[in-house]
Design a protein around this ligand. Structure first.
Ligand SMILES: CCCCCCCCCCCCCC(=O)SCCNC(=O)CCNC(=O)[C@H](O)C(C)(C)COP(=O)(O)OP(=O)(O)OC[C@H]1O[C@@H](n2cnc3c(N)ncnc32)[C@H](O)[C@@H]1OP(=O)(O)O
Length: 225
């Protein structure tokens, strides 16, 4: 096993936090993430003048000073509480504590389906007024990976094929994914990203349980390490 894989595995942690403690943390840090996300959009779109920009920036410096008094060296990793509740709060596509993540809240079912209704603002723009293609890929990668995990056949993205059928607007969007089939350690998942006028991007992915996570009969592994 290489050092980098060993280090990666150490970021999968069972920390025995109770569900109540997890809810308390979500209530504390979730709104902070939402504020920072809103700040990103405001920094992009504000048209106030120089003195106001400088005053706002000074406030931000004070906020950063408070937050930096105690900091996890990072990355956040993936953590499980005492009841098995998972927190991938650093995830760049859907982490509750990651303000660069689009505001995605997934629904799952155990048949291997994941779906989310969400809103993308101006911070996710690619072509003028449209969603960036890389953001569409990010959302679909997460949706497909989450469906594989929900169906008890998790894996790392091995291959992700995308077909951009029509431009994806900003605003109200829907992403969904479902397991098509499981072939041993490989889970084949399909999905779509849709806007008000229909499907914008279709995806098919192969998710592979990595070598380091395989036990005896890896096809039966239902939980990431
Ligand atoms: C528990 C794991 C994590 C769970 C995370 C849940 C998160 C939820 C949501 C997260 C969502 C976001 C998720 C993310 O962002 S995941 C981040 C993005 N993905 C990566 O970084 C993956 C990097 N690659 C690897 O780690 C390895 O190459 C993998 C794990 C993919 C395979 O390396 P491994 O050493 O294990 O493979 P093997 O050589 O024993 O081959 C085994 C079989 O697989 C076939 N094959 C190999 N490579 C590919 C390929 N690229 N496409 C298609 N097929 C491939 C191969 O032919 C063979 O098939 P067969 O000959 O037996 O038929």
């Amino acid at each position: 096993m290489t050092d980098s894989i060993a280090q990666q595995q150490m970021l999968y942690v069972r920390d025995e936090m109770s569900d109540a403690e997890i809810a308390e943390q979500a209530d504390l840090y979730g709104p902070l993430t939402d504020s920072v996300r809103e700040l990103i959009e405001l920094a992009l779109l504000t048209e106030v003048d120089g003195p106001e920009v400088r005053a706002a920036q000074e406030h931000l410096e004070s906020a950063k000073q408070i937050l930096r008094t105690r900091v996890n060296p990072g990355p956040y990793g993936v953590r499980w509480g005492a009841s098995g509740q998972k927190r991938a709060w650093g995830n760049a596509a859907a982490g509750l504590r990651n303000a660069i993540a689009p505001p995605l809240v997934f629904n799952f079912d155990a048949d291997g389906r994941a779906w989310t209704d969400f809103h993308l603002g101006s911070a996710y723009e690619g072509p003028a007024g449209l969603t960036h293609g890389g953001i569409a890929a990010l959302v679909l990668d997460q949706a497909l990976g989450s469906a594989a995990e929900a169906g008890g056949a998790p894996g790392m993205t091995g291959t992700l094929n995308l077909r951009y059928l029509r431009p994806t607007p900003l605003g109200a969007l829907h992403a969904e994914a479902r397991i098509d089939r499981v072939e041993g350690i490989k889970t084949i998942v399909t999905g779509q990203l849709s806007g008000p006028d229909g499907v914008c991007v279709e995806a098919e992915g192969i998710f592979i349980l990595p070598r380091w996570a395989r036990g005896g009969d890896s096809a039966k592994v239902s939980d990431p390490v």
